[in-house]
Design a protein around this ligand. Sequence first.
Ligand code: B12
Length: 213
Amino acid sequence: MDELLADLRQAILTQDENGALEVTRSLLESGESPRAILESGLAEAMLELGRRWKCGEAFLPEVVVAADIFARCSELVEPALLESQEARAPSFRLVLATVQGDLHDLGKNIVGAMAKTVGFDVHDLGKNVPVDQIVDAARELKPCIVGLSALLTTTMPQQKNAVAALEDAGLRPEVKVIVGGAPVTQEWADEIGADGYAPDAASATELALFLID
Ligand code: B12
């Protein structure tokens, strides 16, 4: 199984779409946990690609293609992830968004997929979402939790703006805000007055469950 996960990472890193889809299917057929496929396979590969990109060993077009393959593979995994759900929380609503200016949505999508497995009614507003839209969704959909993703240091301030705007709209007593994304930290979450931070999708789900408890 570890070998297949390594093959999946390699297929993403070499932008081998057919290979990646084939290995994903093999992993699912051989009973690998969907969470492991998402985190130890797909997410790990993107992290490695990010490292290579940063030091000039990979280039933007490769990252674009790999991100597309990532999304296609996770579409295959999501149904299995939902079937594997263990404890269903009563249907609490979670609104998710990648903040304005930010087009990174792979991590947010994994957070949404995992939150569904524990019964959250997930409303995904997508990427590049303006603060006003986040506030409108909080007002209209009345979620228990709003989750905000930011992958760029330049878009993190939008998380802060969203917390402030929810406060100004008088919605903060009813809605918890959680934040995440590669550059985000617990310190940042504390600084902007968010209710929590999680470094990955599994802990984001645990955090969300904790907050509704
Ligand atoms: C893939 C990728 C892209 C893809 C995105 C495709 C897509 N559909 O998402 C593309 C090619 C479009 C892209 C574009 C750009 N990117 Co980019 N990208 C990446 C890369 C390589 C991987 C990100 C990723 O998908 N990781 C895999 C997922 C699964 O992990 P994740 O997103 O971190 O999510 C996990 C956790 O963070 C957490 N989480 C995520 N969201 C949330 C939300 C909540 C509420 C919670 C609790 C948890 C949580 O759970 C997730 C699952 O475990 C990173 C490198 C890196 N180290 O992150 C660079 C990176 C983020 N990009 C970077 C840059 C610079 C850019 C561009 C500006 C490049 C350019 N010159 O155009 C543009 C910006 C476009 C824009 N306006 O957003 C920089 C950012 C640097 C910085 N300090 O801000 C990075 C760090 C690369 C680098 N090392 O320089 N990028």
